[in-house]
Ligand binder design. Sequence first.
Ligand SMILES: [Ca+2]
Ligand SMILES: [Ca+2]
Length: 149
Amino acid sequence: MKTIIKNQNGFTLIEAMIAMMVLAVGILAINTMHISSTRGNASANKLTIAGSTGENIYETLTNQSYSDAVFDVGAHTISELTGFVLPGSISAATWNVTQWSNTDTVDNDGDGTTDEDDESDIKFVTLTMTYTDATAKTLTVNFLKSEVY
Ligand SMILES: [Ca+2]
Ligand SMILES: [Ca+2]
């Protein structure tokens, strides 16, 4: 007895094209994800470098004495730290020093009371690393330097 196979049509051209379109959309989505993942990695790398550079500068600065010129009130640049080389991705590293006082009628430490003893002989330092990601970015570290008696 003969077996008759009725449907030998396979896929039509339209069906094959639809399958290819679905596959193409999927591949595009994966590609987009890959691109954003690569950008995210590059961005995180630059932020990490900015963070570790900030840590190095912070350590270098805090090793100086309270009266050192690096803690003079005002703006400072990395050129004041002799021999310190910035990584290529960091375009600038600067710090600004302000002097706290217990006679300036300002609540320097923000605890609601002005002119306390714990506001005297303290310098407030804002350290800023500038780098370029997709746009110009900065990473800021604030710390206090106090006079040691
Ligand atoms: Ca205060
Ligand atoms: Ca206080």
